[in-house]
Ligand binder design. Structure first.
Ligand code: SAH
Length: 398
């Protein structure tokens, strides 16, 4: 990069950045238009040109880049990244020692000091997610730092550069040996088939580890369970292992059926005794209503935003209605696991959706427990927004 760009922080936000806020966003910067080339090093300064912090320009849906250091003389080289990575690994040392789990996050973006990148661990394989063209400019330094810090079988990557953080390109293999896929990993003693070479979604969302365990250990026994937006059926597998009498998994994507069969089979569950339905969840709710089907345990884990042939679902606008549909087919004293990964709203607003949905359907409820991200998805106090996951277990009362 030619030279650093000086970004003037709007006086309203100076204290925020001095206090450690990591995200560079346009409202906070008076000369955001000076940013031209992603990967450019930026120095944040106040109105008197006093140095505040240093970072890089990288465009994501969230903002324009991340602060990486408060040291004006910092260079973002291999040594810098190695420090960050080794600290992150150190914090998770106990996870590497676990017998029952060998898939978890080892580096969580700004939570571990470098926004724009995450690294996940899958039984000896590392998967790097790059969230902007900007952070990708540091690829060599970061890769060298990772290779120096871990024993790895192989390293894979996903470039998620476009505005919505979607996946852009299919050259996933980076270093070491190529994996044989599916790679079978363990989580709480449950087996999962993972594909690091098939696009953005690898088969399991690691942030729900504790929620899955809770479902298996405390809620599944003896239930007729419905898993909506089920993807590879992870919640259904845990429910079946926890003693659910039957599980029903519903997802729109054709791939979800063979993938769910695969996960059941890996865990010795007879998939033919389960229902795996490829359908729009909103159709399924209507069908279930007509047939008077009721469930004791309903998992709602939709994407933040999705478009199907007939519906556009956006969590901040539509979650309440989704809940109402779910409430209608949940038994009295049944449990709804309401989950969202939307960063458009926080826990309070989410609980507001739950309250309104129950109010409008005329049912009482009680909140049983709540979850956010597990410890390996580290977040920092200065950026609570990074804590995107919200999961509430609610009991429907008469
Ligand atoms: N709950 C899953 C992850 C869900 S990912 C898990 O824990 O593993 C989101 C899933 O929602 C995708 O598999 C996608 O195919 C599905 N999806 C999106 N819109 C849908 C709709 N209207 N009906 C059913 N499935 C939908």
């Amino acid at each position: 990069m030619a030279h650093n760009v000086r970004l003037k922080v709007n006086s309203k936000f100076v204290n925020k950045y001095r206090g450690g806020f990591p995200l560079i966003f346009s409202d906070a910067i008076t000369n955001i238009k000076d940013l031209k080339e992603e990967g450019t090093i930026v120095n944040l300064v106040d109105e008197k040109n006093t140095f505040i912090a240093k970072g890089y320009y990288g465009k994501q849906n969230k903002g324009y880049g991340w602060v990486l250091s408060k040291n004006e003389h910092e260079t973002f080289d291999k040594k810098f990244f190695k420090n960050k990575i080794t600290s992150a690994l150190h914090r998770r040392e106990h996870l590497f020692g676990e017998e029952d789990t060998n898939a978890f996050r080892v580096f969580n973006g700004e939570g571990d000091g470098v926004g724009g990148i995450t690294i996940d661990y899958f039984d000896g394989f590392y998967l790097i997610n790059w969230y902007s063209v900007g952070i990708y400019q540091f690829r060599q330094a970061i890769l060298d730092a990772l290779k120096d810090s871990v024993d790895y079988k192989g390293i894979y990557q996903k470039k998620r550069f476009d505005a919505k953080g979607q996946y852009v390109e299919d050259d996933d293999f980076v270093a070491g040996e190529r994996g044989e896929f599916p790679l079978i990993v363990k989580e709480n003693g449950v087996q999962f088939a993972v594909y690091l070479n098939e696009g953005a979604m690898v088969g399991i969302f690691l942030d729900q580890r504790e929620v899955r365990k809770t479902i298996r250990d405390k809620y599944a026994k003896g239930t007729n369970m419905l898993n909506t937006f089920s993807y590879t059926g992870a919640f259904s597998v845990y429910a079946a292992l926890g003693g659910a009498i039957k599980t029903t998994s519903v997802d729109l994507a054709n791939r979800s059926k063979p993938k769910t069969i695969e996960q059941f089979s890996l865990n010795g569950i007879d998939y033919e005794a389960q229902d795996i339905i490829v359908e729009d969840v909103f159709h399924y709710f209507k069908y279930a209503g007509r047939k008077n089907l009721k469930f004791d345990l309903v998992v709602l884990d939709p994407p933040s935003f999705a478009r199907s042939k007939k519906n556009v679902f956006s969590a901040d606008k539509d979650y309440k209605n989704l809940l109402k549909e779910a409430i209608a087919i949940t038994e009295d004293d049944g449990v709804i696991v309401a989950s969202t990964n939307s960063s458009a709203f926080g826990m309070d607003k989410f609980k507001g959706f739950i309250q309104t949905a129950f109010q409008e359907t005329g049912h009482k409820y009680t909140v049983l427990e709540e979850f956010s991200l597990p410890e390996d998805f580290r977040t920092i106090r200065e950026y609570p927004h990074g804590k995107y996951l919200k999961v509430v277990f609610v009991k429907k009362l008469k």
